[in-house]
Design a protein around this ligand. Sequence first.
Ligand code: NCD
Length: 312
Amino acid sequence: MVAMRGTLKGRDVISINDFSREEIDHILKVSDGIEKDLDSKFGLLSGKILSILFFEPSTRTRMSFESAMYELGGRCIDMGPTELTSVKKGETFSDTIKVISKYADVMVLRHPSDGAARYASEISDVPIINGGDGTGQHPTQTLLDLYTIKKESKLDGANIGILGDLKYGRTVHSLVYALSMYGIDMTFISPPDLSLPEEIKEDLDDKKISYEECDKIEEVIEDLDVLYVTRIQRERFPDILEYKKVSGSYKITKDILEGGVKEDLIILHPLPRTGEIDPDVDDTKYARYFLQTKYGVVVRMAILGLILGGFE
Ligand code: NCD
């Protein structure tokens, strides 16, 4: 499905780069309006159906999209585990997309291959939302990350550090591109083998966005307004021995925070976490990762409502 830029109605959400800063600001503004007056939005998508096609595990993305659709009075159909579908009988990805796009008004897709969502959008009769494509992008996660930063800290002039698996983490890739649209300078903290892909760094250079790279969070944490932590994407490593070399190489603990951080530092994480934030951090004033998941519902309500014409 390919629609005109300028309105969000009928648009696919494949890459954050498909959106201008003005369009992103608009999505954040609509999200804020929804959050302030949630009850009045029920029924806006009545009669509309979201289909959910996940070829990879998910908790938050799947369930927050469902919750968002129900909050707006719409309904969802979920393909469920691929083992129970015709994918198991050998049906092609393209046939699956063609068929399911006839059953719904919009589709959210998660797939292990980079570019799968873009390909699906060329086949589908209805808008496709990329719920994560391999090591590519995860644009709706980025929109809720931006919303959380805006609400809980600031977007303009913030010093943002991104820690973890910057090589394979798709939430990082889309977030970096989005922050670059806001002219934000970033600090990338990762084991050297998991640094940000060269092509993304080249894109930042082209846009004259400056960034620093280091491998120890302790060296930079005191200057950060926002610390975005990610897990090591174990399932993306071609060789498990390579994973073992970096596993457990960083962990945010209360001790690190007590070593000196800004008063109003906020810590975000797309979740799931697998040991990189100690649970003791959860009840510090810095933790915002569970609130971030809550904001995911209003932001996804905004996205669905704008695509399906429930909101202007
Ligand atoms: C992320 C993903 O699937 O990319 N999860 C999510 O949607 N919140 C992050 C991850 O799996 O590490």
